[in-house]
Design a protein around this ligand. Sequence first.
Ligand SMILES: Nc1ncnc2c1ncn2[C@@H]1O[C@H](COP(=O)(O)OP(=O)(O)O)[C@@H](O)[C@H]1O
Ligand SMILES: Cc1ncc(COP(=O)(O)O)c(C=O)c1O
Ligand SMILES: [Mg+2]
Length: 282
Amino acid sequence: MNILSIQSHVAYGHVGNASAVFPMQRLGHEVWAVNTVQFSNHTGYGAWRGPVFPADAICDVVTGVEERGVLASCDGVLSGYMGDAQTGEAILDAVGRVKAANPQALYCCDPVIGDVGRGIFVRPGIPEFMRDRAVPASDIATPNQFELEWMTGVEIEGFGAAKAAVAALQALGPRVVMVTSLRTPETPQDSIDMLAADGEGAWVLRTPLLPVSVNGAGDAIAALFFVHLLESGSAAEALSKAASSVYGLLKRTSEAGSREILTVAAQNEFVTPNRVFSAERV
Ligand SMILES: Nc1ncnc2c1ncn2[C@@H]1O[C@H](COP(=O)(O)OP(=O)(O)O)[C@@H](O)[C@H]1O
Ligand SMILES: Cc1ncc(COP(=O)(O)O)c(C=O)c1O
Ligand SMILES: [Mg+2]
């Protein structure tokens, strides 16, 4: 498949495209990577350098790809971290152009806003843009628990509330939603859950909680879920494959005591995860 991936890039470490591109390539897909920023490192370090690209620079790169006459062969658009709310306009413009060239193409929006520990970590205007423009334009959305609660206003106190929040997000647009890092009173202390829903049902997947706090796992899992969903058409299967790969990746990262995820060293986990977790219908 051919995936247009519009996200951040970092020189050092693995978040944004620097986390998402290689796993998709390792699974045999062509990735047309367009970078929304080029930072030295992820913002979780508190300090970083490098530019946020203006929306017209992003549009220009997409126009160049369009001029190669290849957009009709694009199977999906994946978006993630936006440097600035204006970046969002360039992303939605790209989605529109891809869908005009290939009406079968799907748009997966990873609405990167923040997370439970750090709160909102993107520029003002981006959270609202994700909720009001990007997610409604998407076919698939992949928020973490914090992002889902922020966008829907639903407090997730258990699986029932999680399903209600997912339904509220689906009502905005996307047919498929995958929620990452779900920790509710129903989640055992030593575990972490994920939930995926499509038009037919909802599934939960539970893995052990690893002693790591890293950035970029969300970007990898969104990319993996998207390509597996495009290939299989099954949210449950895509959830199982993506979560098993990311668990393997984070287990290696945890054993190595690394602050950055071991995207390259643990690459076999993308193809044949060591441990396979399956999703249960809820
Ligand atoms: N400490 C952890 N232990 C086990 N799995 C984790 C851990 N942190 C992240 N993950 C896995 O990575 C997925 C994505 O990470 P997450 O932190 O939710 O993404 P984001 O960075 O977008 O917030 C989670 O759903 C979970 O499967
Ligand atoms: C530049 C950049 N891109 C993307 C992300 C998102 O990372 P995550 O996958 O942890 O949500 C971050 C988070 O700090 C970031 O700084
Ligand atoms: Mg994320």
